[in-house]
Design a protein around this ligand. Structure first.
Ligand code: SF4
Length: 227
């Protein structure tokens, strides 16, 4: 794949610099994508874009009882350090760069990132549109040694799951607290208040440690305790 100049993920065609086109340097790739984020809880890197730009989440945020009400991306460090949000907006803008797919793949394939074997889309924000989703699919295809996990509130993505690369799991996040998982999706996540959450992070210092359940397609639903 890296040696071809062009490739297609059953949809748009993306250009990839390969053997003939010249390799992209990691430092140049980092400039294009702006930066990755490194959530303390997670075992690997992530990519965060502004939560204010979430299409479905922006509506849910106004609804008490929804999982987006009181969204963490508007509180804590995100609120205390507005520079984090500025960086997220720069990342969002960078997705329009025609070299963004190759740059993301170059950074994720680098030893610093790929050694963790897992990647999360997005520690803040959500998929913007079909073009964005196709680009994420393309990045995953170009980074086969890494397992990607993407929670989303964008239910329209279901129509495109048949094109989802094997190394990407997309979990539909249910919109309301204590809402049961949508059985029509292969993988989902829920937020529960009954004390029966399956995510072990709160019992292990708020970290994933050895757990990789969110990345496992064998685990149909993950439930998180309401903070
Ligand atoms: S279920 Fe496991 S992998 Fe997912 S967030 Fe919780 S600890 Fe991390």
């Amino acid at each position: 794949m890296h040696c071809g100049h062009w490739f297609r993920v059953r949809g748009p065609v993306y250009r990839v610099y390969g053997c003939g086109g010249g390799l992209m340097l990691i430092k140049d790739a980092n400039k294009i994508i702006v930066s990755l984020s490194k959530p303390e809880k997670m075992p690997g890197f992530a990519y965060g874009i502004p939560a204010a730009e979430c299409k479905t989440g922006s509506k849910l945020r106004l609804i008490p009882g929804s999982v987006c009400h009181g969204c963490y991306a508007f509180t804590g460090n995100y609120k205390r350090f507005p520079v984090i949000v500025q960086v997220q907006y720069k990342r969002l803008e960078s997705i329009q760069n025609p070299l963004w797919v190759e740059a993301m793949a170059t950074v994720i394939n680098s030893e610093r990132v790929s050694q963790h074997k897992v990647f999360r889309w997005h520690d803040a924000g959500d998929v913007q549109d079909l073009d964005h989703l196709n680009k994420i699919f393309a990045v995953c295809k170009l980074t086969p040694s890494v397992n990607h996990w993407m929670p989303t509130r964008e239910a329209w993505i279901k129509d495109h799951l048949s094109r989802c690369p094997d190394n990407l799991i997309i979990r539909l996040s249910m919109t309301m607290i204590d809402q049961p998982a949508a059985g029509s999706w292969s993988n989902t996540s829920t937020v529960v208040t009954d004390g029966a959450a399956t995510c072990p992070a709160p019992n292990q210092g708020g970290k994933c440690q050895d757990c990789r359940a969110c990345w496992s397609k064998d685990i149909k639903n993950i439930s998180y305790g309401k903070h």
